[in-house]
Ligand binder design. Structure first.
Ligand SMILES: C[S@@+](CC[C@H](N)C(=O)[O-])C[C@H]1O[C@@H](n2cnc3c(N)ncnc32)[C@H](O)[C@@H]1O
Length: 226
């Protein structure tokens, strides 16, 4: 069993199919925009974005995850430390990384996204909505391709929620414990603001995906997300 430093199981991510995430990103960006996928894992989303016409650079701290990339330029680095000296039309920060328990790490992740984003570019983020923190419960899960998922040991401590997600494929099980911090929308907007970003639009009806843009970009505030 191989896990990334954050506990994500490599074998599972290599087998998880994309679930329309790339199409959500594609719809938020101009056709052919170059994309930086921060925390790309095995390239589950990045490889599909390439097929949709986007050149993609994928960044991950796990060499084992990056070994699965195909058609995607791989950079092994921690997101917080990344300095490519290059800016992109689209930057992705998915997998709820923005819900890190640490305010300092959240700022470092968003600052990295911001310094790699063109003035006219869009940051695309997947987060845990505040309501997820109310509804998460033991036994929740489902089947994604060959992978069955199930949540257990859900514990709450103020704004922090800790739990373990079990991934099962046939008779093999991988367990990924994690802790996430609840961010109310004003908290989220303040974290974006501190990195020079402003929320732009909700990208999915359940509001688990949104875009943000540089606060200094020329787009008028009238089209901001409500
Ligand atoms: C849950 S996986 C998701 C992978 C991919 N985004 C997907 O949706 O399939 C999270 C990935 O982010 C990477 N990661 C987490 N924190 C990171 C950091 N600070 N710097 C670089 N990579 C990180 C992990 O190594 C892992 O591959």
């Amino acid at each position: 069993m191989t896990t990334a430093p954050d506990g994500s199981p490599v074998e599972v991510y290599a087998l998880l199919p994309p679930l329309g995430e790339a199409e959500t990103v594609h719809g938020a960006l101009p056709p052919g925009a170059d994309v930086l996928d921060l925390g790309c894992g095995t390239g589950r989303v990045a490889r599909r974005l390439v097929r949709l016409g986007h050149p993609v650079v994928g960044v991950d701290e796990s060499a084992e995850m990056l070994a699965h990339l195909d058609g995607v330029e791989a950079v092994r680095a921690r997101i917080e430390d990344l300095r490519l000296g290059r800016r992109f039309g689209g930057v992705l920060l998915t997998a709820h990384l923005v819900n890190t328990p640490s305010d300092g790490e959240r700022h470092a992740l968003l600052a990295s996204a911001a310094r790699h984003l063109r003035d006219d570019g869009r940051l695309v983020v997947q987060w845990h909505t505040p309501s997820w923190f109310e509804t998460a419960a033991d036994g929740q899960g489902g089947t994604i391709g060959p992978v069955r998922t199930s949540l257990r040991d859900v514990r709450r401590d103020g704004d922090l929620l800790s739990a373990t997600v079990d991934y099962r494929i046939d008779d093999r099980t991988w367990s990924h414990p994690f802790t996430a911090r609840r961010l109310a929308e004003p908290d989220l907007d303040a974290a974006l603001h501190a990195a020079g970003l402003v929320r732009d639009a909700w990208l999915t009806p359940d509001r688990t995906w949104f875009s943000a843009r540089p606060a200094q970009s020329s787009k008028s505030s009238s089209s901001r997300a409500r």
